[in-house]
Design a binder for this molecule. Structure first.
Ligand SMILES: [Zn+2]
Ligand SMILES: [Zn+2]
Length: 170
């Protein structure tokens, strides 16, 4: 959503509220497309004694999965932004300043990066998720397979296969 700031610039105390939705379904993160739920935002831009300040909230439900057991997970994700909009050259050097190239702002350019910053690389369904068995693929939270008792240190794997061969010969 593009907001024209010309009216706001001359009037101290003036404000422009905004509210909208952004489509991030095509946004790829860590090899997945986690933004399949609606992404909504709202906020306002205020002329505070000549300084344009944008405050806003953006939120969605992130559609991801547990990195250990691959169970689908819906994570509520919210980001708050509070930035000064500035046309001063070099303003982008400062924190909390969003540089403007004209007297208008695309609010999604301010809000979406804040939301994306909130996304973690991995999520777990629970702190102690046991994950999937690497051998039979069963969910170890639900099933106890016999594979885990036979897990072998890779350094001993060669020795083990040698012993197995001897077993077969006997
Ligand atoms: Zn899990
Ligand atoms: Zn198993």
């Amino acid at each position: 959503m593009r907001i024209d700031l010309t009216k706001l610039i001359g009037t101290y105390g003036a404000e422009i509220p905004f509210e909208g939705q952004v489509d991030l379904t095509g946004e790829e993160m860590y090899g997945a497309y986690p933004f399949q739920s609606p992404v909504t935002y709202s906020g306002r831009i205020v002329n505070h004694l000549g300084v344009l300040r944008l405050t806003g909230t953006i939120k969605t439900v992130l559609n991801t999965c547990c990195s250990r057991c691959l169970k689908p997970l819906d994570i509520l994700l919210t980001a708050e932004t509070d930035v000064i909009l500035s046309r001063d050259a070099g303003a982008e050097e400062e924190d909390d300043v969003f540089p403007l190239e004209e007297n208008a702002v695309e609010v999604e350019d301010v809000l979406v990066p804040a939301l994306i910053l909130q996304v973690d690389m991995t999520y777990l369904c629970k702190e102690d998720c046991k994950g999937l068995c690497p051998i039979c693929g069963c969910d170890r939270n639900e099933t106890e397979c016999s594979c885990q008792t036979r897990q072998i240190d890779p350094r001993l794997a060669a020795l083990a296969s040698l012993l197995n061969r001897q077993d077969e010969q006997e």
